[in-house]
Design a binder for this molecule. Sequence first.
Ligand SMILES: [Zn+2]
Length: 365
Amino acid sequence: MIFQLDNSLVQFAAEGRDNLEIVVSVLELLSVAQREGSHLVFAELDVADGLIGMLEGRDGSARSLLLKVINQYPRIGSLAYGVKLKALIGDFELPQVSVVEGVRRIEYPLGLVNSNLLQKSLILVENLTDADFYRWITNAVLIDTNFSGVSLALEGYPGGGNTTAEAYDNLKANTSRLCLCIVDSDIRAPLLGPGETAKKVIKSDLIAPVVRANYHVIGACSIENLIPFYFFEQAWRDDPNYSEKLEVYRAHYREGHWKYLQLKKNISCFELYGGSAFSVYWSSELAAVEVGCVVDRPSCGRKSSCNEYKLPLLSGSPLGAALPLIKAAVIERQQLLPDIRVAWENIAEEILGWCCASTAHTATA
Ligand SMILES: [Zn+2]
């Protein structure tokens, strides 16, 4: 994340020796965070100059950090003005979030900055491999932007599926870590709302928000829907059991529809009876599929006794199958459905904000 030194620091540091020492100790912590590649420190030149003027005759990491901030101003400045999220360290009463011209600014009081806060940002996900994929997505999106050289520092944290909201609560209450929680929407048809996991995470922030944590609900039913179909075709290219299935799924790979597909769950014929938004949508989408129990047959009286699948699952672990290929792929603009592309861009914007850690030329700074 970009940690920007707020101009209130200059006034604060000028008000006495003790204050100056507090500022210096925070600068020292920030210097470590930048050197370890966890975050980037930025300041307007007058702020950096003002602070450095008070450190005349002193050596040490606080001063050298300010010199770096000045030297690297053009490079880091373009990123600092391009991200949609940054932390402002200053003489603030309380931590709070403000939104200025579309940029979320976490205003963090000087006295609350500690080394725990300055660890790499946590990316809380349902399964640890999800964090890998989100990082890959971010790099793939950034390659087409001015920020293609920006490296990302993050620590994946597994929430364990439906316990993700509890993990989120715990990280908010019992640590000082920066945390972005990314969850599946589990929206399986138009007009439906988010699923239980996303709902619990949303509720967590309604009840107990903290400025250094936030969540993002992805713009698709689940993370697997973000995978370009090409990778599934590659993953199972030589597996005859999959050729027919891929054929079926290819027909569903279209904008405004693919994002609702539950790739890891069967859709049984029983689920298509009735007037729910799911049934109405999918019974129309799967109307041409001829398998299924006869309506008046007793076997179809309950979901658990219905053994006919209108759409069998693609795989129990589609991400597991595709991820090795994705990671090995040369990152280039993949053929993406437009709405999935938007979902990618939204994820990338979040991850860039929380996790940007160095520009191409400052990796060893
Ligand atoms: Zn049935």
